[in-house]
Design a protein around this ligand. Structure first.
Ligand SMILES: Cc1cc2nc3c(=O)[nH]c(=O)nc-3n(C[C@H](O)[C@H](O)[C@H](O)COP(=O)(O)OP(=O)(O)OC[C@H]3O[C@@H](n4cnc5c(N)ncnc54)[C@H](O)[C@@H]3O)c2cc1C
Length: 470
């Protein structure tokens, strides 16, 4: 009979960092992953990280502290993030980032920055590498592989968790489908680090309360760890904090679509010339609202998390590029060829083709034009209004709000032990990373770097804890 092992399920940011930390301190671990390679979401993630009090900041004379980072997250999330987990993550984030820095990770030359793709921080503490998530994965994998070679990490790929074998409040084993069939792995401790559930549309709908509009997450992240813990009695948190991005242009309509184009909606990059309407043909936000958080929250109230970017021939001709990586001239080839790009000689025609209600769309555009002509303030407070929208043909680009991270996650205590519905911890069952859910780590907001960095940091803390107890 195999002796019980310290089992880590999931070899993404959290699982790899946990395994590496434990192994480097002399504690052998068994790592199981459903995929055929390690790295999880870091393989596809933007890998934007945030940490305060780092070596990189000191080198640039930036004064920062975990307290200031914590205060920013609670401000941005309007206190909806989990204070205990955010504290744990930010208090130890500098260590997370200094390690790859010292080990040769390349960062973008002007980093750290405050960032504006998510609500800006008050201090420049936001960093990423030229190869995004893979920049940090490269450093992590080198150290991880060395421990696999040294025999302190036993790695089993293509091994998918099925369930947890419990004895009271203790996990005694995990069951999984491995390449050689179904197997039981006796466990002295288990860390679940299986990431989110975005690749499981049914679970996404159940937990996030919205359809899974985009399919841009790691395909192995189907919520296996969350389901196994839930069957064992674990409590979930974060339902109330679902938030979607302000939207991207998908490759096609319908669920399961993938991101194809990015509409440039940050007024800091490009003040908008167009108007945005919802599926009812109505505007719902100042298109130049500087706070991305405010724009995201406004979209959350719109049907199907969808907006149409509506404009005319003059805007197409005269405005700066509105789709990332394409000139407006190049966009002409997409209209009426790509399902998300529509044009018509008249507004009524545009409504007919997009399915927008014609009277509402006409009224919305007319109101925008007359308010502009009269010099009256825009009812939504928009300030940048360079031109009327009245020169046919008219255009609409369909933009879909979606989220690449999972909102709901396992409830844990400050030692990352999984909690049951009564708030009591399981003895030797822990969780880290996206499995805790964005609803806990960032609340009802997106805070720069606050998924990948906590995944690494909480993995690090788990590995340290494991070695301290071993
Ligand atoms: C497109 C995209 C862009 C992103 N950009 C950013 C960003 O810029 N900044 C940021 O902070 N965050 C970002 N994120 C989120 C961030 O990358 C992740 O939250 C983080 O990497 C998750 O780490 P993790 O270790 O918890 O999970 P993962 O890295 O996803 O690892 C989970 C691992 O578990 C394995 N697994 C899953 N189910 C099972 C099972 N049943 N049995 C065994 N193994 C299983 C998977 O194969 C995977 O290897 C982004 C995510 C995506 C998809």
């Amino acid at each position: 009979m195999t002796p019980p092992a310290h089992v880590i399920v999931g070899a993404g940011a959290a699982g790899m960092m946990a395994a590496l930390t434990a192994a480097e301190r002399g504690v052998p671990v068994l790592v199981l992953d459903a995929a055929d390679a390690v790295g999880g979401s870091l393989n596809i993630s933007s890998g934007q990280l945030s940490a305060a009090g780092t070596l990189l900041q000191r080198r640039r004379g930036i004064v920062d502290s975990p307290d200031a980072h914590y205060a920013d997250i609670m401000r941005i999330s309007e206190n909806t993030a989990d204070p205990t987990l955010v504290r744990l993550a930010v208090d130890n984030a500098a260590r997370t980032l200094d390690w790859p820095t010292e080990n040769g990770m390349e960062f973008m030359p002007d980093h750290p920055v405050e960032g504006f793709a998510h609500e800006p921080y008050t201090v420049a503490r936001y960093y990423w590498g030229p190869d995004f998530g893979r920049s940090i994965l490269q450093i992590l994998r080198k150290a991880f592989d060395a421990q696999v070679t040294a025999g302190r990490i036993t790695l089993s790929l293509n091994t998918k968790l099925i369930g947890l074998v419990m004895s009271g409040r203790r996990v005694t084993a995990v069951t999984a489908t491995a390449p050689d069939g179904e197997r039981t792995y006796p466990a002295s401790s288990v860390l679940l680090a299986t990431g989110g559930y975005n690749a499981n549309p049914e679970l996404f709908h159940e937990l996030s309360g919205r359809p899974a509009y985009g399919a841009n997450s790691y395909p192995y992240n189907t919520g296996g760890g969350l389901e196994a813990a839930r069957r064992a009695g674990a409590a979930l948190r974060g339902h109330e904090n679902y938030l979607s991005s302000f939207g991207v242009v998908m490759d096609r309509p319908g669920l399961g679509a993938k991101l194809e184009f990015r509409h440039i909606h940050h007024p800091q990059d490009r003040p908008p010339w167009e108007i945005y309407v919802n599926t009812e043909g109505r505007r719902f936000v100042a298109e130049d609202e500087p706070s991305v958080n405010a724009r995201e929250h406004a979209l959350l109230d719109q049907p199907e998390l969808r907006r149409y970017v509506v404009f005319d021939a003059r805007v197409l001709r005269e405005s700066p590029p509105m789709i990332s990586g394409r000139t407006n001239h190049e966009l002409r080839d997409l209209f009426d060829v790509h399902p998300m790009f529509t044009s018509a000689p008249t507004l009524d025609g545009l409504a007919a083709k997009t399915g927008l209600p014609a009277p509402a769309l006409a009224e919305t555009v007319a109101e925008y034009n007359t308010t502009l002509d009269s010099g009256r303030p825009d009812p939504f407070g928009r300030r940048h209004r360079p031109t009327r929208i009245d020169e046919g043909p008219f255009y609409a680009i369909r933009v879909q709000g979606a989220s690449v991270t999972s909102t709901v996650g396992l409830a844990v205590d400050s030692d990352l032990r999984v909690l049951d519905a009564t708030g009591e911890p399981f003895t030797n069952l822990s969780a880290a990373g996206e499995l805790l859910g964005s609803g806990q780590l960032m609340g009802k907001s997106f805070c720069g770097g606050m998924m990948a960095t906590p995944a690494l940091t909480l993995g690090l803390l788990y590995g340290e804890g494991l070695s301290a107890h071993a």
